[in-house]
Design a protein around this ligand. Structure first.
Ligand SMILES: Nc1ncnc2c1ncn2[C@@H]1O[C@H](COP(=O)(O)OP(=O)(O)O)[C@@H](O)[C@H]1O
Ligand SMILES: [Mg+2]
Length: 244
């Protein structure tokens, strides 16, 4: 199957229920190297749950996750991080008592992906890339929400990931910050990282992704070139239903 052989990361017929609610209702999604894919959809559509299942923090009820042709469904989040699957959380989760730089070092050394000077250099690079250098020695608990969101991205980048899973990192940014984020994520994609980006701010996604997926009620209801997807009636309905 193509999804298993060509994809860096693939979800195959993934299902997840919380009680009576089918939060993921047969989702198939494959990400290739150097491809950026956006996910939109109303609140409660199952976007974050899908990301949790891909990153290994949540096990699906049925279905499989493949990373570079290997079935990783039974591997947890720490193991998948070692493989190079990095994620951000919609609500940032830094190590509060550690400095920004220490938070990055945890990512860089997770699972022994890098050590010593190599890990240190990578962290310096990521600090620069995410404009966090001036905050390197600040404790995470003292950061504001936007700074914590930037740290969330930086921690994922410090893993030196093959796959980057982003969950609503673009909210509340100034135009200049948005432009910097678009440039950063586009650069990662161009370096061969597979990016999956959940975002409500569709115009940010449109600048980065080659494919847009719209979820509603645990299913993918539209998928394809971004311009085509945002103009589909089902997508507009799903949005107006939740945001009107
Ligand atoms: N741990 C959980 N236990 C029960 N219900 C949950 C849990 N996590 C998410 N849900 C429910 O699953 C649905 C999808 O949630 P989520 O994946 O966070 O949606 P999205 O990110 O698209 O807004 C929502 O109805 C949410 O309330
Ligand atoms: Mg969410």
């Amino acid at each position: 199957m193509e999804a298993r052989t060509e994809a860096v990361l693939a979800a195959v017929d993934v299902r997840k229920r919380f009680g009576a609610l089918a939060v993921l209702d047969g989702v198939n999604l494959a990400l290739k190297k150097g491809e950026a894919v956006g996910i939109v959809g109303p609140n409660g559509a199952g976007k974050t749950t899908l990301l949790n299942v891909l990153s290994g923090s949540l096990a699906p009820d049925t279905g499989s996750i493949f990373f570079q042709s290997h079935d990783v469904t039974s591997k947890g989040a720490a193991e998948r991080c070692k493989l190079g699957i990095a994620r951000t959380h919609q609500v940032p989760r830094p190590f509060a008592g550690m400095t920004v730089f220490e938070n990055l070092l945890v990512g860089a050394t997770a699972g022994g992906r890098r050590r010593g000077a190599e890990a240190y250099d990578l962290c310096l690079h990521v600090l620069d890339q995410t404009a966090l250098t001036p905050l390197a020695n600040r404790r995470a608990e003292g950061l504001g929400l936007l700074q914590r969101k930037r740290l969330e991205l930086a921690r994922a980048l410090a893993v030196d990931p093959a796959v980057l899973l982003l969950d609503e990192i673009g909210g509340g940014l100034t135009d200049a910050e948005s432009a910097a984020l678009v440039e950063t994520v586009s650069g990662l994609r161009d370096r061969g990282i597979a990016v999956l980006w959940i975002e409500h701010i569709v115009h940010l996604l449109m600048q980065v992704v080659g494919r847009l997926v719209c979820m509603d009620a645990g299913r993918i209801i539209a998928e394809g070139p971004p311009e085509a997807v945002v103009s589909q009636a089902a997508v507009i309905d799903a949005y107006l239903g939740s945001q009107a």
